[in-house]
Design a protein around this ligand. Structure first.
Ligand code: DAH
Length: 339
């Protein structure tokens, strides 16, 4: 019996468990009802009386060794599986990617920067607007299609409250609260009831510009936007104006820049015209000035509005608008080094 116990003791000492299952098998082997240690105790009755004391101590020693082994191995398994079970080693140093600016923020900041160098200040207005600031003050006739549910997300009817459809609403708020000279740009989110596609989204971003003072002319508008286009797209950029219509400006125009991708030679981005449209603009309609309590006989002004998504797509050659809203790391990571 003594030999057996010593043999078991050797076995216990040498045992190691890689898994909880192995450890459980070990426990069962020695300690379960039909295990080796109860079997030794059962044999104990056959031990000669003079050997009982020694044998008793030996068996108890073995039992203790088994129990201690189990505790030690369990601790070891617990500490390694904590870090392994999730598939991550929680003790590794963190390798978190540094946050980067969203491309829309990069371009918005650049636009703000360019205009602030010539004295424009940033103004903001609410995203939830009333009819007056979004439409009426801006000279929209009552039956204008933009007032239709198809284009505008209404929150309440009579009086109409809607998500602003453009940042031109901020013009109105600035003019209501400030007398000229006014030089301001208003970046912000706008909302339109559009199906989402590679070219359209129901949420997008605009920057509105407004300049009101005595003797402001279309020439001032052109020169300012020329400066802007060159700063943003490079010094060889050319611009052209095409007559257009907006209710709040008269005359109105759309401005194109020479395609920065092919340099004006013609490519699929500019549809082989060499030009891409980037903004709408015009002289503030005198009705809009008077709607905002500005004396239209004394002051004149120009305004312009551009979509940040469109400009960002041109600048970074992005061909699907939806990428801006998906927050896919593979897309965002490409802007790591920008501003
Ligand atoms: N609000 C127009 C739009 O959302 C953009 C715009 C055009 C703004 C001409 C202007 C402007 O200030 O003069 O499409």
């Amino acid at each position: 019996m003594k030999e057996k116990i010593n043999q078991y003791l050797e076995e216990v000492k040498a045992f190691n468990a890689e898994t909880y299952d192995q450890l459980e098998q070990f426990r069962l082997k020695f300690l379960s009802k039909k295990g080796l240690i109860p079997a030794l105790f059962a044999d104990f009755k056959n031990v000669a009386p003079e050997e009982r004391k020694e044998m008793g101590q030996l068996i108890n020693g073995l039992k203790k060794a088994v129990q201690e082994k189990i505790v030690a191995l369990k601790e070891k398994l617990d500490s390694t599986t904590e870090t392994k079970s999730s598939g991550y080693d929680l003790t590794l140093p963190v390798e978190a990617p540094l946050g980067t600016r969203h491309p829309l923020s990069i371009v918005r900041n650049e636009i703000i920067d360019i205009f602030s160098r010539i004295g424009f200040v940033v103004s903001e207005g609410p995203e939830i607007e009333d009819d007056f600031h979004n439409f009426t003050a801006l000279n929209f006739p009552p039956d204008h299609p933009a007032r239709d549910m198809q284009d505008t997300f209404f929150i309440e009817k009579d009086p109409d409250i809607a998500l602003r459809t453009h940042t031109s609403s901020v013009q109105v708020r600035v003019m209501e609260n400030t007398q000229p000279p006014i030089r301001t740009i208003s970046p912000g989110r706008v909302f339109r009831n559009e199906a989402i596609s590679a070219r359209a989204h129901c949420i997008f971003h605009q920057v509105e510009g407004l300049y009101v003072d005595t003797d402001v002319s279309f020439a001032d508008l052109k020169q300012t936007l020329f400066y802007f286009a060159r700063e943003l797209f490079g010094e060889h950029t050319r611009i052209r104006f095409r007559p257009s219509y907006f209710p709040f400006t008269e005359p109105s125009a759309e401005m194109d820049v020479s395609c920065n991708i092919c340099g004006g030679k013609g490519c699929n981005v500019c549809k082989y015209t060499g030009w891409v449209e980037i903004l709408g603009c015009g002289m503030v309609d005198p009705n809009v000035l008077s709607n905002c309590n500005i004396d239209s006989t004394k002051y004149s002004g120009y305004a312009f509005g551009m979509g940040i998504e469109r400009i960002t797509m041109l600048k970074y050659r992005i061909n699907d608008l939806r990428l801006f809203f998906e927050n896919d790391m593979r897309f965002l990571k490409q802007f790591e080094s920008a501003l």
